[in-house]
Design a protein around this ligand. Structure first.
Ligand SMILES: [Fe+2]
Ligand SMILES: [Fe+2]
Length: 385
């Protein structure tokens, strides 16, 4: 039996972002060819193209997967993309494909340190730091692109917190929900710092006041998300949870192209996905409090994605061709990812009544967001520029 459809309004999302771009109603706003393409079923490769590769040495620091993975290229890459000596065989684009990653879901950065260590036992190895992208709104990234979060810790001082589960559940369900919401809360908490750091870069680059204010407002939204999601985690954990300390942060480069890369990947795609995931999850949740939380997150993340589109539009006007090239490269990577075979969505998992869709649902939502929202909006922006 076919699973029920995803409960997401892609048309409304696309219209919201086209409005942010000032492009609503233009002929170029029609879905791109990829938007109407059918995904070919591929029963022989379950989860293949979207599956997170198993890290050789995991450094999981967030609810989003991340780690270090090594490959052993059998032949050198094209000369143009070869790394510096002694890493001539190491090419990030080839590695992304070889590791079964997709550009819109994973970010990979060549790691000289891990490579040198691996080469003590395996000559010619190439190692990469990688992390999942686009899974929980605006991530806080370190220099290698991996998402950073603070650990969730007991917050014994908060006696006002409701720690009684709203729905009766088996102990394993309560445990799984506590772990899920705790990871979500840590990601929301990290988003506060991500927006605060982004505001610093925008100010340094002379962004208009509207963008500065909206970025500050987004940071405050994330404060509220973190507070409410930690409360949800605490209900299921039976103890008050809160954030510990974040690791030290590196300063971001004050450059338009890098700003655009972050806005496209983590804002237009990442927060756009987060909004639609929350929208779908709100339809699943039986508990009214959980549903209200997910509805609020969906609304706010939609506005954060719209802010990312406005940021990209401003950067394009400021930066011209170099920025346009980043948009085109991002578009090409998205289209390549969508062309890869993907198993059909098989429905929501056992935690669905608690507002927690399965990982397969999250992947399906991300794919639809990329195909039916991000690509058409990118096309509209490029055509209007
Ligand atoms: Fe958020
Ligand atoms: Fe957000």
């Amino acid at each position: 039996m076919a699973p029920p459809p995803l409960r997401i309004d892609l048309l409304r999302a696309r219209a919201r972002y086209l409005l942010a771009l000032g492009a609503l109603g233009l002929p170029v706003c029609k879905p791109s060819p990829e938007a109407s393409a059918q995904t070919p079923p591929n029963p022989h490769r379950p989860g293949s193209s979207w599956q997170v590769p198993s890290p050789d040495r995991g450094t999981r620091r967030t609810g989003c997967q991340s780690g270090v993975a090594c490959i052993h290229p059998s032949r050198p890459p094209p000369a143009a993309s070869a790394g510096p000596a002694p890493f001539q065989r190491c090419d990030t684009a080839l590695a992304v494909a070889a590791l079964g990653m997709t550009p819109e879901h994973h970010r990979a950065t060549f790691s000289p340190e891990a490579t040198l260590q691996e080469r003590r036992t395996t000559p010619n190895a190439c190692c990469y730091s990688w992390s999942e992208t686009g899974c929980r709104g605006r991530p806080l990234r370190d220099g290698s692109g991996a998402a950073l979060v603070a650990p969730s810790v007991r917050a014994p001082g908060d006696s006002a917190l409701d720690t009684s589960p709203a729905l009766s559940a088996d102990p394993w369900v309560a445990q799984a929900l506590a772990a899920h919401w705790s990871a979500e809360a840590a990601a929301e908490h990290a988003s506060v710092a991500a927006f605060a750091r982004e505001a610093t870069v925008l100010r340094a680059l002379g962004a208009p006041e509207e963008l500065l204010r909206a970025t500050q407002r987004a940071a405050l939204d994330e404060v509220e998300h973190a507070r409410r999601v930690y409360a949800e985690a605490s209900r299921w954990a039976g103890a008050a949870l809160g954030p510990g300390a974040l690791p030290p942060l590196e300063a971001l480069p004050e450059e338009l192209p890098a700003l655009v890369d972050r806005a496209l990947l983590d804002g237009c795609l990442g927060e756009g996905c987060a909004a639609l995931e929350a929208e779908h999850a709100a339809h699943l949740a039986r508990d009214p409090d959980t549903r209200a939380l997910l509805d609020a997150i969906a609304r706010d993340e939609t506005e954060h994605a719209a802010l990312a589109w406005r940021t990209v539009r401003w950067a394009l006007r400021q930066g011209g061709d170099p920025v346009r090239e980043r948009l085109r490269a991002f578009r090409a990577a998205l289209a390549r990812g969508l062309a890869a075979p993907e198993p059909d969505w098989s429905g929501d998992g056992p935690l669905a009544p608690y507002g927690v869709p399965s990982p397969a649902t999250a992947r399906a939502v991300r794919r639809e967001t990329a195909r039916s929202v991000v690509l058409p909006c990118l096309d509209a922006l490029l055509a209007a520029a």
